[in-house]
Write a protein that binds this ligand. Structure first.
Ligand code: C2E
Ligand code: CA
Ligand code: CA
Length: 702
């Protein structure tokens, strides 16, 4: 190249630099010029504040110097691209990759540049811009991996590969428990380790952190065996910290190019892995594929139905009866679909489809309208009749759902207390506030809120307090094993005790036979629901059995209740060795204060406590203590003392049960639970409740 030629080029470069300098003042992007012959990178804007560039005092950096701020995993890809540019085989550079900022964090940047040719048609500069904000919405702030939005767009734009390879979802088992045990920060560290392990093993950019606890990765593998090797290597790296589960779909079906099917199927497969006992990898099978296709067909049919005013949908009603006397209290409305091609379809098959497609919103509205109209009609003969309607969390996210429900209620001309809304326990903590606000509006209008499937999700007692619900439905999973499984029995027992203390109503679901009924009866829930009483019935049947007092079926039902009464005698004998266990659900609250040195004892009782102990006049706290203490059955005094000492020393809740001489009823069994709280007035202070579990009167809190 001649001297002239070089001069010309230099002048051109100077001019470009000048223009870039001016332009850079009107953008937050970093403009650059790469002088290809000299290998000098000029950057404009305050790029050196965030990134370690120009540290050596020069205004430019060589490509080798640039590489120091490039995320190692992305180097090879960048090299390849830049080589083609320098060779002249590529004119446009358009790449997303990562830089590392001065804090050592990876930052996704979008880099675009255009090559300019010299007089001989050879590339001599590339001019372009780098943006470190353009991709901010495309990656996860914790791990700096691409997020779900980016994954879905990559799938849709066929950025994975057209065909072949595997798509894998991975998540950490029981991360919720880990967070609870060790704190969220520790959980986040695990997620970062998983991200790192994935990058180490997979070495590609097709790794996504798609949800808090879920990663997706595309694997360029040929066999399931290869995929398993990847899975095992990742598991091995994390072995000390956690186990992981994976769901894998071979990318071999045209269907996967549509919508989110590839992701949906992987998600379904991951759930399969979890059901197989976690810490496992599961593959999407032929059967899974058939199921998916069938579900898609059903969805198509349902979409048509919804367009035609929810044609084909109808409601069944399952009675909820009061425990103890088995009288009708309410009905739960349960949705059914009558398919033209497959007949009657149950919710398990279509509710997930309605939820994914958001069709649950119009269908849910139809359910509520239909159920309320039915309720109003039945109330003409049965004025206290109420209806329970299920709501998915997706429905609760509908805009202005609180007001919409009130409008539908008003249109049906019903008071709020005719309606109970059942929501599932799976509401996430983060959303608690949002949902609480909706429930507040509803509760102010008299509508009651019920927490469905209790025991299967994340809910704990503290969570219940925050949510302020009116009813808990104990899932049938616990009811089912109640006779044999001590754990279930204890759990249900504790939930019921807790509910009683907080005046919550308890409904036990899935009561299928009298032996389950017998055990449950001993725990005094408020409501019962299950096949023992009835399966969900179509409205005509429900009306004959429960509403229309003249019908034969109504009589039949009453006879059945009589039979249950007869069983009752038997149940008590079998399960509770006491003559008169009926239901007194009242819980008295007490506070005991002890001055050890002076041997002074006080009992402070609330109104209920005074009533159930049949305190006949206003005692001082010391007299009250003596009143209670003197009536503990003689042989048990020591046992009670021992347990009170345990409360004082153990610092945890202690439960005890002892015979007590009731002034009116004689000997009754008292269940009592208490714990030590902060001392007051220099006295050891215990707090707890007291409940008579065998008594004579039948009172119901309903
Ligand atoms: P869920 O709310 O827990 O409803 C109770 C389910 O248990 C019903 O199933 C009912 O038929 C069944 N069941 C009742 N008693 C017994 C029993 O003694 N033994 C056994 N094995 N099962 C019993 P179904 O009708 O198939 O409903 C399944 C789920 O679908 C419901 O569970 C609910 O989550 C959902 N669902 C039903 N209708 C609607 C609706 O209108 N909207 C929404 N969002 N979800 C609904
Ligand atoms: Ca329910
Ligand atoms: Ca349930």
């Amino acid at each position: 190249m001649g001297f002239d030629e070089q001069m010309k080029k230099d002048t051109r470069i100077e001019n470009y630099l000048h223009v870039l300098e001016i332009l850079s003042q009107s953008t937050d992007d970093y403009l650059f010029l790469w002088d290809i012959d000299r290998d000098e990178n000029w950057f404009f804007g305050a790029v050196d504040i965030e990134y370690a560039l120009r540290d050596k005092g020069k205004p430019t950096n060589t490509t080798a110097e640039m590489e120091e701020i490039i995320y190692p995993a992305d180097l090879d890809l960048l090299h390849e691209d830049l080589q083609e540019i320098a060779k002249g085989t590529k004119m446009i550079h358009n790449m997303n990759y990562r830089w590392v900022n001065r804090q050592g964090e990876a930052v996704w940047i979008s880099c675009r540049g255009k090559v300019i040719l010299d007089a001989e048609g050879k590339p001599f500069v590339m001019i372009g811009r780098v943006s470190d904000t353009a991709l901010r919405y495309l990656y996860n702030p914790l791990t700096r991996l691409y997020n779900k939005t980016k994954m879905l767009s990559d799938i849709q734009e066929n950025m994975l590969v057209d065909e072949g390879g595997y798509f894998m979802l991975v998540d950490v088992d029981d991360l919720g428990d880990i967070n609870l045990k060790h704190g969220r920060k520790y959980g986040d560290e695990i997620l970062k380790s998983l991200a790192k392990a994935l990058e180490e093993i997979v070495q590609s950019q097709k790794i996504y952190h798609i949800e808090h606890n879920c990663f997706a990765v595309y694997l360029d593998a040929e066999t399931e065996q290869e995929v398993c090797t990847v899975y095992n290597s990742i598991q091995a790296i994390l072995a000390e910290k956690c186990t992981i589960s994976a769901g894998v779909v071979p990318n071999n079906n045209d269907m996967f190019k549509e919508k989110n099917y590839l992701y949906d199927c992987a998600d379904q497969t991951l759930r399969k892995a979890k059901n197989n006992g976690k810490s496992t990898i599961a593959f999407f099978s032929e059967t899974d594929l058939k199921q998916k296709i069938s579900a898609m067909e059903l969805l198509g049919e349902i979409q048509e139905s919804v367009k035609n005013g929810c044609e084909g949908f109808y409601l069944c009603y399952q009675p909820q009866v009061k425990a103890g006397n088995y009288r009708l209290y309410a009905a739960e409305a349960l949705l059914r679909y009558n398919s033209k091609t497959r007949g009657r379809v149950f919710p398990d098959a279509f509710i997930p489809l309605l939820e994914e497609s958001k069709l649950i919103m119009p269908v849910g509205r139809w359910v509520l309208e239909t159920a309320l109209m039915q309720c109003r009609y039945w109330r003409e003969s049965c004025p206290t009749f109420r209806i329970s309607v299920n709501f998915s969390t997706i429905q609760l996210r509908e805009k202005d759902i609180d007001q919409k429900v009130l409008e539908i209620l008003e249109k049906a001309d019903l008071p709020g207390n005719a309606l109970t809304i059942e929501i599932t326990e799976s509401i996430q903590m983060q959303e608690l506030q949002y949902f609480s606000n909706i429930f507040k509006v509803w509760r102010a209008a008299g509508i009651e809120i019920s927490l469905d499937d209790f025991g299967t999700g994340y809910a704990n007692m503290g969570y219940l307090k925050q949510l302020e619900v009116d009813e808990i439905k104990i899932d049938r999973m616990f009811v089912k094993g109640i006779r044999e499984a001590t754990y279930n029995y204890k759990l249900v027992n504790n939930i019921i005790d807790f509910a009683k203390m907080n005046t919550l109503r308890i409904c036990c679901e899935g009561v299928e036979d009298v032996s389950e009924l017998a055990v449950l009866e001993g725990l005094s829930p408020n409501l019962l629901q299950g096949y023992l009483f009835d399966k969900p019935c179509e409205k005509e049947d429900f009306e004959r059995f429960y509403i229309n007092k003249e019908s034969m079926e109504y009589q039949e039902h009453m006879d059945f209740v009589q039979e249950l009464y007869q069983y009752k005698e038997k149940m008590r004998v079998i399960y509770f060795d006491a003559k008169d266990i009926l239901r007194n659900t009242d819980v008295g609250l007490w506070l005991i204060r002890i001055h050890e040195k002076e041997q002074r004892f006080e009992m402070h009782a609330d109104d209920t406590m005074e009533r159930i102990m049949a305190v006949d006049k206003k005692y001082t706290p010391e007299e009250c203590y003596n009143f209670w203490h003197d009536r503990i059955k003689q042989d048990y005094v020591e046992y009670v003392h021992k347990n009170v000492n345990r409360m004082i020393e153990a610092g945890k809740v202690v439960q005890l049960q002892y015979p007590w001489i009731h002034p009116g009823l004689g000997e009754v069994i008292v269940r009592c639970s208490g714990r030590r709280v902060e001392d007051s007035d220099g006295m050891i202070t215990l707090e707890g409740y007291h409940r008579i579990i065998s008594d004579i009167e039948e009172t119901s809190i309903l």
